[in-house]
Each structure stands twice: as structure tokens, then as C-alpha cells.
Design a protein around this ligand. Structure first.
Ligand code: ADP
Ligand code: MG
Length: 350
């Protein structure tokens, strides 16, 4: 799992650009009604009828956003799709198509790109998004992946960051902090491996955390769940940079403050154990760790009964007047201002 050893190495030059594109994209089919023309022409053609169209894009650079030492290429392809789909989920919309652009250096054989595209195909299948185009080119150094995602929704369904109101409840899906501790475990194993390449890591105690880091999922189910419960979120965002910075985004854009309750934060038991092992405060990880790709949203107080006891959702706070600020209320009942530290700040510190 640590190293992705590719037994066979076919050089990209052997295929040529068009041969390569054809080889990598020939298995992509069409499942969305809105895809009229997919890969193969100068542009794809889409028809969204009376729906609103959403667009989001992400750029991933080797050495900046991912490290191939512990990120197998198949996982990378999967994750690159997931982070994009998550942005559409975070608008309470449905992802429908993606384009995939890659730049690779000649260090990568065909088999490596096949792995990457196998991950992309797996995610495209899981999330029912059509791969409708892209671009393939060479880079001087390293691997670069850019994915653009399109989605659809009715105008009145779309949830923006700026709709939260005073007294709205703040809700998070799933649990948080696990992806960050998964990365810490992987970083530690990488260092052990560098010192002793024969070491066999025993990662049983960390399976959930590592999976959250290496194979995150986008919460495409939340839109359906909320729809069934007849809840329209007043604001919504996905947790890529960490809970505190996302709460601050919602508050700033909505012109409200927030009280977040430490004792309400949903933490997986494995996360609590590993935080103890690493000597890191689990609340700090839950608040500042990133890459969980859960959804954070606000609902009207009167909708509380509709989500009460639902295992997908945890109410972690409520919105207050802007003048009251944005605070964490600790277990000891002290009020600490929330700071936007985000993911990078935390990793620099540790
Ligand atoms: P152009 O010369 O117009 O840029 P290309 O030869 O690059 O066209 O691409 C041919 C077709 O293959 C287009 O439909 C393009 O969108 C698609 N394509 C190219 N690279 C990729 C890729 N990495 N993933 C998906 N589709 C791709
Ligand atoms: Mg091209």
C-alpha cells in the first residue's frame, strides 16, 4: 500500500498523444440525460433543460497537494473526482459531468496513467458523473491533475454560503478530524519506511483514519436525505479546509455569529484513541483538521425535529447576531474565539 510499484513500464512516447488519449478514455460511457455529446469532438454538448447549471474546478499538483510516496495513483484519481463532486454536493446540487486534464512528465509510464484513470473511472461510476472531455499534455516535472465538475439543481434548491440567519442550527454530517489523523499516521509510516525500508507497518488500529485520508467520499446522499425530510438548508459548505475555517466562511458571508459546542463534535472512537497516542487534543484536530469532505450547513430551528436522532446529522451549534462573534463553547463552559487556522497552519505546527 505504501509504494505503488508498477511492474510493467510502457513509455508514453510509444503511444503518441492521440493513442494515449484514446487508450485512457475509451471506456468512459454516458449515463446522464444531459450529456448529448461526450469525448471525441472539439467540445462536449450538454442540455440541462430548465435546470440551473453549477460549475466548479480544482487543480492538484504533485508535491503540493499529494505525495505519491503514500498515495497510490488509483486512490489519487478517485480522490481528485471526489473533491470536485463534494463542491457540487455542498451547493445541495447533483454532480452530472466532469472533465479531466492531466499533465505528466516522462517519468510516468503508461501503466501509471492507467492506474490514475482506473481510480477516476471508479469514482465516475460511483457518483454517476460522465467524463465528457479533458486535455492530456506533458509536464517538465511531476504530475498535475485538473478536474472540472458540472452539476444541476432547481434554482430554489441551491444552498449558498450566505443564507444563514440568527437562531439557525449549525449541522454537520458524519464525523470529523479522521482524515487529518490518517495523514499523520501515513506521514509517520513514511518516515519509518525511509529509515528502515524492510519494516512492515501494522496499520490495523488506523484503518478508518487511513481510509478517510486515502479514499474520502463526497456526501451525495445528503441532498436526497434532506429532500426526503423536507428540509432546505439555509446555507451550506463542504469541509475541505477544516471546521473552524468553514464556519467562519458561513458566518462572514451570511453576516451572523456562531456558538459551536465542543461536547457536540462528532468524533470517531478510532480518532480519539489515535489522538491520545499522538498526544494531540482531539478537539483541535476536529476543528482544524481538513479533508473530511463532510457537509456543514444551517437549518431553521423549526426543522430540528426532522433531523433529531438521525445518525447522519449532528447539531453542533447555532447562529447568533454578528456582534456576538464566533466562539467555541468548551466542555468547561468557557467561550473561546474561533480562529481560521485551517489545515495548512495545523500541519506546519506539528
Ligand atoms: P483538442 O486537440 O481539441 O484539444 P484533444 O485531442 O486534446 O482535442 O482531445 C480529443 C478528445 O479527447 C476531446 O473530446 C477531449 O475532451 C478528450 N480528452 C483529451 N484528454 C482527455 C482526458 N485526459 N480525459 C478525458 N478526455 C480527454
Ligand atoms: Mg487537447
Amino acid at each position: 500500500m505504501i509504494e505503488d510499484k508498477t511492474p510493467q513500464r510502457t513509455s508514453l512516447a510509444q503511444l503518441g498523444e492521440f493513442g494515449l488519449i484514446d487508450h485512457l478514455t475509451k471506456h468512459f460511457g454516458v449515463s446522464q440525460e444531459s450529456t448529448l455529446k461526450s469525448i471525441g469532438d472539439d467540445a462536449a454538448v450538454l442540455d440541462f433543460k430548465d435546470k440551473k447549471i453549477l460549475v466548479s474546478t480544482d487543480l492538484l499538483i504533485e508535491g503540493v497537494h499529494f505525495d505519491l510516496a503514500y498515495m497510490p495513483l488509483k486512490h489519487l484519481g478517485y480522490k481528485a473526482v471526489v473533491v470536485n463532486v463534494s463542491d457540487i454536493c455542498a451547493m445541495n446540487a447533483k454532480a452530472t459531468q466532469i472533465t479531466v486534464s492531466v499533465a505528466v512528465s516522462n517519468r510516468f509510464p503508461l501503466e501509471a496513467l492507467e492506474e490514475l484513470f482506473a481510480g477516476i473511472a471508479l469514482a465516475a461510476d460511483e457518483y454517476k458523473v460522465d467524463v465528457i472531455g479533458g486535455d492530456t499534455t506533458s509536464s517538465q516535472k511531476g504530475l498535475i491533475i485538473s478536474i472540472t465538475v458540472l452539476g444541476e439543481a432547481d434554482a430554489d434548491e441551491i444552498a449558498y454560503r450566505n443564507g444563514a440567519k440568527e437562531n439557525d442550527l449549525l449541522v454537520v454530517t458524519g464525523d470529523i478530524g479522521a482524515a487529518y489523523m490518517g495523514l499523520q499516521v501515513l506521514e509517520r509510516e513514511k518516515q519509518v519506511f525511509q529509515v528502515n525500508p524492510n519494516s512492515q507497518p501494522d496499520l490495523d488500529a488506523y484503518t478508518y483514519l487511513i481510509e478517510r485520508q486515502l479514499k474520502p467520499e463526497a456526501r451525495k446522499d445528503v441532498r436526497t436525505l434532506l429532500h426526503a425530510l423536507e428540509i432546505k438548508p439555509t446555507s451550506m459548505i463542504d469541509i475541505s479546509d477544516g471546521l473552524s475555517s468553514e464556519i467562519i466562511h458561513l458566518c462572514k458571508q451570511s453576516g451572523v455569529g456562531c456558538n459551536l459546542y465542543e461536547d457536540k463534535l462528532p468524533l470517531d472512537p478510532q480518532l480519539i484513541n489515535v489522538c491520545e497516542e499522538f498526544g494531540i487534543d482531539s478537539t483541535t484536530v476536529a476543528i482544524n483538521g481538513g479533508e473530511d469532505y463532510e457537509l456543514l450547513f444551517t437549518i431553521k430551528m423549526e426543522d430540528f425535529d426532522k433531523i433529531k436522532g438521525n445518525p447522519n446529522f449532528t447539531v453542533i451549534g447555532h447562529m447568533v447576531p454578528e456582534s456576538e462573534g464566533i466562539h467555541l463553547i468548551t466542555r468547561a463552559d468557557t467561550k473561546i474565539p474561533l480562529k481560521a487556522r485551517g489545515w495548512n497552519a495545523l500541519s506546519e505546527e506539528s
